[in-house]
Design a protein around this ligand. Structure first.
Ligand SMILES: [Zn+2]
Ligand SMILES: [Zn+2]
Length: 100
């Protein structure tokens, strides 16, 4: 796995910042899981934020979307939007944010 695009490390939940056991979440999962792995599009999450709580990334589309947007923003600090879209197949940010 390459260095994560987001500031995230094992043992600290990226969402709630709680210290403890974390799991690797592939921000673009399903068929894109391998691509997420290769490009560091992952976040270390506690079990609650990953799976268990109502706001968990696998249970709440709003949490899922916010994480994808944060990941895209971070990725675009060192890559172009075209590169992101060619990997992920989709743009998650609004046109207004494109100018940054
Ligand atoms: Zn958490
Ligand atoms: Zn996950």
């Amino acid at each position: 796995m390459t260095r994560p695009v987001l500031q995230t490390r094992p043992g600290i939940c990226y969402i709630c910042r709680k210290r403890g056991i974390t799991q690797v979440h592939h921000i673009f999962y399903g068929p894109l899981r391998g691509m997420s792995d290769e490009n560091g599009l992952i976040a270390h999450l506690c079990m609650d934020c990953h799976m268990n709580a109502p706001h968990a990334v696998h249970r709440c589309i709003d949490t899922d979307l916010k994480l994808r947007q944060r990941c895209q923003r971070a990725f675009e600090r060192s890559h172009t939007r075209d590169e992101f879209v060619s990997l992920v197949g989709k743009n998650y940010l609004t046109e207004k944010e494109k100018k940054k």
